[in-house]
Design a protein around this ligand. Structure first.
Ligand SMILES: [Zn+2]
Length: 57
């Protein structure tokens, strides 16, 4: 799957704030994602993102 900076991706896992969508801030071995619900930022290994992604908006 081709994920680029600026994409909004939807993950299977729900953030505690109730949101499923994340903005991609950085790609690489690790992705930096920003929660569209609460603005929280996380670093996630690429593998984990590819396993949990439902789609790109
Ligand atoms: Zn959140």
């Amino acid at each position: 799957m081709d994920i680029q900076v600026g994409n909004i991706i939807k993950l299977k896992k729900q953030h505690p704030c109730g949101n499923y969508e994340w903005e991609v801030l950085r790609v690489g071995a690790d992705f930096r994602l920003k929660c569209m619900g609460c603005g929280h930022q996380i670093m996630v290994p690429r593998k984990s993102v590819e396993k949990n992604i439902k789609g790109i908006r």
